[in-house]
Design a protein around this ligand. Sequence first.
Ligand SMILES: N[C@H](CCC[C@H](N)C(=O)O)C(=O)O
Length: 289
Amino acid sequence: MSTLLDRPFLKMNGLGNEILVLDLRAGGGPVTADEAMALARDRDTRFDQLMALHPGRGGADAFMRIYNADGSEVSACGNGTRCVAWALMRESGRREALLETAAGPLVCSAGDAPDQITVDMGAPRFGWADIPLAEEFADTRAIELQVGPIDAPLIHSPSVANVGNPHAIFWVDDLNVVDLRRVGPMLENHPIFPERANISLAKVTSKSALTLKVWERGAGLTLACGTAACAAAVSAARTRRTGRDVVVTLPGGPLRIVWRESDDHILMTGPATLEHEGVIRADMLPVAA
Ligand SMILES: N[C@H](CCC[C@H](N)C(=O)O)C(=O)O
């Protein structure tokens, strides 16, 4: 029998990025890949990412493990973190929350508007091995990625960043210059990304604004991706395309990203929306093998 049975969950979203918050602080877990994939498909619990909450350590409100819809476990999810922070603040009545993850601590605080949450996503990393990028490509100056016979202008020379997870940002003048549904999986699984990567098309619209379309590792096209917004914002600032305080507009809506000068931390601010609550039922879980 699954240890997830009867555990409470919140079905939420962050700008339409489907999030399932599963509370395992009273027990249960870890979530298996099969359980994650089954819950991702269920009508009541369907998600792009599952945020599993385990008992916190060292003053943290919870230790958080993150799973994509394909069952892969990952180390960061910006939209999901805002949703978890909203839930923890609703529970505690406090205006801040501290989460522990495999990628380190996440300090969360209530924003000015009721549903706005700010998360300190930490500092980005840009080194070849930090992303990570495969050694055999290390002699490539600009990473010119050819993804086979695409009929649109070749996508090349992406900006790459790790913001707790790997991202490749491709700068375009038109977000529809290529079909991301077709090219996204080719790039996600390109051998240059030994841990795969989240793939974004980014268009600079002013010195303080970007628009973004994202093919997410392990989840596909989503309405929003918080970590992609962070990766695009720091890459835009680093390449002098914008300043360090930008609004990143995704298909699901806007996020404000500030790349703080004093410590290089990325502050992401955006909404968290509760859709419904429930408990895990046996029919949502994979039939025991
Ligand atoms: N697909 C991402 C995880 C979720 C990122 C996204 N949902 C976000 O809001 O940051 C990855 O595999 O690294």
